[in-house]
Design a protein around this ligand. Structure first.
Ligand code: EPU
Length: 337
């Protein structure tokens, strides 16, 4: 366990925002975690995972609890199914690479997503045609108040697009300590239909792709479009892609016939926020050190010393301009504190 006071959180959030925590505790085991929970009131705690989906706009006048639990193992192999468990503090991408090294299929499309294993279920991370829920078996979590340990099945977790029970009715009540995934040993189910993956494979003349090829393609696509948080602070997509009513979509499509869209139900359509932001003329826009990424308008970036307030201000300007131009509301995907 590591404890410090008045600690900078710059290294612990991928936006690279330099705010301070009144107290900072990093726990390496579930026992240490429980010890801290026993000694600290829940309202006094601020839980920190990989720091990849948050915008910090002010100093944290609480005890920041950094979940640094490490470890990963293959639990069982039954026929073609392999259950793999990883502790919450494992870096997500390193874990994905480890599963690929074991020749296990299922996580390849989710390569290079920033963050840790333990926070992945909270927003049901997703990319290139796969969501965490597709490979999720269960997770273990500790109740912050009672210290009781509980397993959450896929059904318990109420996953949806960038959504889970840990973000809604159980928000702030549990700390996820490990996640178990259901992967495949062979006869992998390859998901290559996402346009960009198809193009990347075709370009390399790979016609019978292996899981590693898909991972490589995803890594290449992400590297081209999305800034590496180590080089340029960011939190991935800042907004969710809005889901709008079919009638609203028809109205937009009349004005903008080229608007991309993905049906989610007979009456609802998802449209890319990145497209709206770009069309509003804000791609590459910059205010001081806060900016809209030049290759992916859905990603806000910190060019160096932007404050959380400055990024927040920029995000509000984007919301306003998109609303004015398209009458569509953008909802942040990142958690704002
Ligand atoms: N687009 C633009 N301009 C832009 C960005 C996108 O016109 O600046 C258009 C693209 O041309 C394309 C469409 O918008 O037609 C979708 O773009 P893209 O494939 O890049 O995906 P996205 O909808 O912007 C979502 C996820 C990403 C994920 C990608 C790939 C959300 C909020 N974001 O982005 O997730 O990597 O799909 O599956 O759903 C994240 O959550 O942090 C994240 C990066």
């Amino acid at each position: 366990m590591q404890v410090s006071e008045n600690a900078s959180l710059k290294k612990f959030n991928t936006f690279g925002i330099d705010v301070k925590a009144k107290k900072f505790i990093s726990v390496d085991t579930v026992e240490e975690l429980k010890e801290v929970l026993k000694q600290t009131y829940a309202q006094e705690l601020f839980i920190l995972g990989g720091g990849s989906n948050m915008l910090l706009t002010a100093d944290i006048n609480k005890t920041v609890l950094h979940i640094n639990l490490k470890g990963k193992e293959i639990l069982s192999v039954t026929g073609n199914e392999v259950l793999v468990k990883a502790c919450a503090g494992e870096n997500w991408h390193q874990f994905v690479l480890w599963t690929l090294k074991q020749e296990l299929g299922g996580l390849e499309n989710l390569s290079l997503i920033p963050g840790n294993v333990g926070t992945a279920p909270i927003q049901n991370i997703g990319a290139y045609g796969v969501e965490l829920k597709d490979v999720f078996e269960e997770c273990e979590a500790v109740n912050i108040q009672t210290l009781e340990q509980r397993n959450f099945s896929k059904q318990d977790s109420e996953f949806n697009y960038r959504h889970s029970i840990f973000k809604t009715s159980l928000k702030g009540q549990y700390i996820i300590t490990s996640v178990t995934f259901r992967l495949t040993k062979s006869q992998h189910i390859l998901r290559t239909s996402y346009g960009a993956i198809k193009n990347a494979l075709d370009q390399k003349k790979i016609f019978s792709a292996k899981i590693r090829d898909i991972s490589d393609a995803v890594i290449a696509i992400r590297q081209e479009k999305l800034p590496d948080p180590k080089e340029l602070g960011n939190s991935g997509s800042f907004f969710k892609n809005p889901v709008i009513k079919k009638e609203e979509f028809n109205r937009l499509q009349q004005q903008y016939p080229e608007i991309p869209s993905y049906p989610v139900s007979p009456s609802k359509i998802k449209i890319p926020a990145g497209w709206l932001i770009e069309k509003a003329g804000l791609k590459g826009y910059r205010e001081g050190d806060a900016g809209v990424h030049k290759n992916q308008a859905l990603v806000l970036v910190n060019y160096g010393n932007a404050t959380g307030q400055e990024i927040l201000h920029l995000s509000q300007k984007i919301q306003m301009e998109v609303k004015e131009k398209f009458r569509v509301e953008l909802e942040p995907e990142v958690n704002i504190f």
